[in-house]
Design a protein around this ligand. Structure first.
Ligand SMILES: [Zn+2]
Ligand SMILES: [Zn+2]
Length: 99
């Protein structure tokens, strides 16, 4: 039991080191999810937002962006990036609810 825990810790640090390399190389990007914590996703899909289904706890990618950073931030704030999470119920959970 004890040795199993050590192995898991070692694996985890290896995972984090590899994640960091992938992020530094621009293959992955970090997302701060308000309730799930840090998530990672592949880059290359372009800027987009996320939808979190409260029913099945899955995160979906939403294409595109409608947010105009310069209009949202007050004067003298320099916006460098933003993340948007929408919360609700995904299509398959809506169907399940109605069934
Ligand atoms: Zn769902
Ligand atoms: Zn956006």
């Amino acid at each position: 039991m004890h040795s199993r825990k050590i192995v898991m810790t070692l694996n985890q640090s290896t995972v984090y080191r590899n994640l960091k390399i992938l992020i530094d190389d621009g293959w992955l990007r970090r997302i701060s999810h308000p309730s799930l914590g840090t998530l990672y996703e592949r880059t290359g899909t372009g800027h987009h937002h996320h939808f979190h289904c409260r029913q099945c706890n899955r995160a979906f990618e939403l294409p595109g962006c409608v947010l105009k950073e310069d209009n949202v931030a007050p004067d003298n704030f320099v916006v460098e990036d933003h993340e948007v999470f929408l919360f609700g119920i995904c299509p398959s959970c809506v169907r399940y609810d109605k069934a």
